[in-house]
Design a protein around this ligand. Structure first.
Ligand code: FE
Ligand code: FE
Length: 306
């Protein structure tokens, strides 16, 4: 998609729509997790909350459902391989940005007039990193928190076709779709679901092959991972946090565990350690962006393959 189409954030623009669907996906993941306590315990989380948010949840669910029906129908092995060929093409443009420049470009995807958009991308990035910092976690994890969603710029760089291959929960393709993936019934629309190889047993994989060998659905997690694995000194745990932060079926629901190799226990542990900071820091006070910007601008540089 042309940058000029992205930079003008209007309520009906693809950029604003992407921001809205990304927020709604996160909101549903938070709410979904809140239903995991025993059914007969007294709820406490809602004692101070504005109950009008339930209408927003209903609206978000409808929007998220439409989004996931499209995502599940189109995330095929064939598309995944084509997207990776496009990513690895020699003709791609390499664009160098500082992390702050990348955050500001990502922030341009936010439409402040959109009533469903509560946080900008910069605010979410800073809140995630700040929550990690306040808990005394290592600096590499703070850096992972800061950059974990920068892959969403793939929309601006023409490496995505729409929202459905940028945001949303991720899952492997080439093997049976697990029932724990959100809106899993929509996989009936995916031609791979009827492919005799992909839809039975372990599909194109073998048990114990290792999570890193799964073809993860194409989106911002995988895109940023492919970039930072070759361009950073982040440890494997940070790369795992970036690559699998949307793989809820695995790190929260316990699916796809039969593909894990021995070392994936550490991978899973890292992703699970990161997830709360991504999901729940959104309820914190909005960060002072200009204050936190000081010193950050020159700290990291990143090269996008686009
Ligand atoms: Fe994300
Ligand atoms: Fe995030």
């Amino acid at each position: 998609m042309a940058p000029s189409a992205i930079s003008m954030s209007t309520p009906s623009s693809p950029a604003a729509d992407l921001e809205a669907i990304s927020d709604a996906v996160d909101e549903v993941n938070v709410l979904k997790n809140q239903t995991m306590t025993a059914y007969d315990t007294t709820s406490a989380f809602d004692s101070t909350k504005d109950k009008t948010q339930f209408r927003q949840y209903t609206t978000a669910t409808a929007r998220v459902q439409d989004f996931y029906y499209e995502q599940h129908a189109k995330q095929t092995v064939a598309y995944n391989l084509a997207a990776r060929v496009r990513f690895n093409s020699d003709s791609r443009i390499r664009k160098e940005l500082s992390v702050w420049e990348a955050l500001e470009r990502l922030n341009a995807l936010t439409d402040p007039s959109d009533p469903d958009t509560s946080l900008s991308q910069i605010q979410h990035a800073l809140q995630t990193a700040e929550a990690i910092r306040r808990d005394g976690k290592p600096r590499w994890m703070q850096a992972a928190g800061l950059i974990h969603d920068l892959g969403k710029l793939m929309l601006e760089f023409g490496l995505a076709e729409g929202q459905w291959d940028v945001v949303g929960d991720s899952f492997p393709v080439g093997c049976p779709f697990d029932d724990s993936v959100i809106f899993h019934e929509a996989f009936a629309l995916n031609p791979d679901d009827k492919n005799p190889v992909y839809s039975s047993g372990s599909g194109i994989y073998e048990s114990g092959c290792g999570i890193e060998n799964l073809l993860m659905s194409w989106g911002h997690d995988e895109f940023l991972y492919l970039i930072v694995k070759d361009q950073s000194t982040l440890p494997p745990e940070a790369l795992a946090m970036i690559r699998y932060h949307s793989f809820y079926a695995w790190h929260r629901e316990g699916a796809y565990r039969h593909f894990m190799a021995e070392k994936d226990c550490a991978t899973l542990n890292a992703v699970q350690a990161f997830s709360p900071y991504d999901l729940y820091s959104k309820s914190d006070e909005p960060p002072e962006v200009e204050e936190l910007k000081v010193g950050l601008d020159s700290l990291y540089r990143i090269v996008y393959d686009c």
